[in-house]
Design a protein around this ligand. Structure first.
Ligand code: HEM
Length: 523
């Protein structure tokens, strides 16, 4: 069939030429987005934009975007623009601007831009992903479940898991056997999450092959379908993905978690069980619409239930799952990096051990919530670990309402993705001189007060700041005390120092792992 010329072949060539010309014009137009707005960018590579090294796994995405921050800052810019393929990404480099986005003008950037599908895939509807009114309502409901009082209530779970951790450390010290700390802290974190959020007692430390642990590790190593969804969410409208009922989580893994939660919820409701954990607080929200200090999961009197503030079973399941989604890799990485830095910096380790001894003497050897809170140097060492190893090196925010950059005529349009360059800020020598040095003193009250409020962002900032931060800090404190009160930690020669980070994955993981030796203290 001939359409435009006298020959099919000419038609075909013409069609290809028109197609290619249109494509090139469209592509170049898309990649001129920042230039047209007078925002500096870095040279792009077809078809990756600024994501070539990330896609080809030559550099971890956190480090690649950190290098863009450094480029822009060197050129004296307060911000710059990048491209994920053809998608524009805004990168603020100025701390006032970062604060403006995360806190002061939060209503312009209130979404993480993460895809969720509450109907087709209930577990995806957790707080981190929700946006708009859905997010606001859920955040209000969940905030009372993460107060210091509620963390104190769950403290015993941390102590029990910490006891098992200590026993493993004791065994290693007796046998002199080296171990990989991230592997151990991952198993420990799985036990803590299973107990706190799912009401399950697992023993992944001694039995790493248990069902729960296996499903957890499958989730963090997603299959091809999950990876495709993760990519699609950047490029296609979320409403379209929802209409097509695209799932976020692997159905086998999601059904396993849903099933576990349903069984525990049914059991507790049938037998009126009170257990001091996060699931209990979620059950109160579901059945009463309030979080209370009592042990009751059902309304106390007719009319007590507040339907406006209660949550459904699916919402309960998603928020329990969130403990895993938000807390697994983040917490286990933090604990393992802290052990690395303490082993690498024996002076800091000694100072910490002295502090632990002093506080223990005051509390007659009791490890309590209050005694942990008195360990100021430990707190500083943890904050410094979080500076050097922010679990989320780039914090994504989506512009939800046009935003004019103060002092300019440039408007960040609704829908634009913003990457807050946490890792780059934490390694900026203008903010933290000698940034590779591990120095807890940076976080003394006096030194902290000298810095900008958005100079330290491992938990984000503003209304969407990490809701689990108190829990995460308590978990690492228990782990550190359990080990350092009786043992010295040293670095095994199998650890590659300085680290080379794996080039793939969401989190920064050192290649070859962190290998540790422990020995009983003699001092
Ligand atoms: C060391 C451990 C952790 C780190 C470094 C960390 C880091 C973060 C970061 C950077 C954010 C984004 C904040 C923002 O957008 O401004 C976040 C949000 C969040 N985190 Fe964590 N997190 C940790 C542990 C936990 C734990 C244990 C939980 C348990 C429930 C948790 C639950 C969440 C939730 C629900 C959000 C979303 C909050 C919202 O959007 O309103 N995180 N976290």
């Amino acid at each position: 069939m001939v359409l435009l010329t006298s020959s099919f072949l000419y038609d075909l060539v013409l069609f290809v030429v028109i197609f290619l010309t249109t494509f090139i014009l469209y592509y170049n137009y898309k990649l001129s987005y920042w230039k047209r707005r007078g925002v500096i960018t870095r040279k792009t590579v077809f078809p990756y934009g600024n994501a070539e090294k990330i896609v080809k796994q030559k550099l971890h995405f956190g480090l690649e975007w950190a290098s863009m921050y450094n480029d822009f800052k060197k050129k004296g810019q307060r911000y710059g623009g990048g491209y994920l393929f053809i998608k524009p990404v805004f990168i603020p480099c100025d701390l006032d601007l970062v604060k403006d986005i995360l806190q002061t003008n939060f209503n312009h950037f209130s979404s993480h831009g993460i895809y969720y599908n509450e109907e087709g895939d209930p577990l995806s509807g957790h707080l981190f992903a929700l946006d708009g009114e859905r997010w606001r309502n859920m955040r209000v409901k969940l905030t009372p479940t993460f107060t210091s009082g509620k963390i104190k209530m769950m403290f015993n779970i941390l102590i029990k898991c910490g006891d098992i951790f200590e026993q493993v450390i004791e065994k290693h010290s007796e046998t002199g056997e080296v171990f990989e700390i991230k592997d151990l802290t991952s198993r420990l974190t799985i036990d803590i999450i299973a107990s706190t959020a799912f009401g399950l007692v697992t023993n992944s430390i001694e039995d790493p092959g248990n069902d729960f642990a296996t499903k957890c590790t499958t989730f963090v190593a997603p299959g091809i379908q999950t990876i495709i969804t993760q990519v699609l969410q950047f490029f296609l409208p979320h409403s379209f993905l929802r209409m097509a009922n695209i799932r976020v989580n692997d159905p086998t893994v999601a059904n396993f978690f849903l099933d576990v939660i349903r069984k525990t919820v049914d059991y507790r409701e049938k037998n009126n069980v009170y257990r001091k954990d996060f699931l209990h607080l979620l059950l109160q929200l579901k059945n009463r619409g309030v979080v209370s200090d009592d042990g009751k999961i059902f309304p106390q009197n007719d009319g007590e239930k507040n339907s406006a503030t209660s949550i459904t079973f699916n919402q309960l399941a998603a928020q329990a799952f969130l403990f895993y989604f938000g807390g697994f890799d983040t917490s286990s990485n933090l604990v393992s990096y802290a052990f690395f830095e303490l082993a690498y910096n024996p002076d800091v380790q000694k100072k910490l051990q002295a502090e632990i001894k002093k506080v223990f003497e005051k509390y007659d050897g009791d490890l309590t919530y209050d005694s942990l809170n008195e360990m100021k140097y430990m707190h500083m060492a943890i904050l410094e670990t979080l500076r050097k190893y922010p679990a989320v090196p780039i914090n994504p925010r989506q512009c939800t309402k046009d935003y004019k950059i103060p002092g300019t005529n440039i408007v960040i349009e609704k829908g634009t993705t913003t990457f807050i360059p946490t890792m780059a800020i934490h390694y900026d020598p203008d903010i933290y001189p000698d940034p590779d040095k591990f120095d807890p003193e940076r976080f003394s009250d006096e030194n902290k007060a000298k810095r900008h409020p958005s100079a330290w962002l491992p938990f984000g900032l503003g209304p969407r700041e990490c809701i689990g931060l108190r829990f995460a800090l308590m978990q690492i404190k228990v782990c550190l005390v359990k080990v350092l009160k009786d043992y010295d930690v040293t670095l095994n020669e199998k650890t590659i120092v300085p680290f080379r980070f794996q080039k793939h994955g969401l989190f920064l993981v050192p290649e070859g792992g962190i290998w540790i030796n422990v020995s009983k203290q003699t001092h």
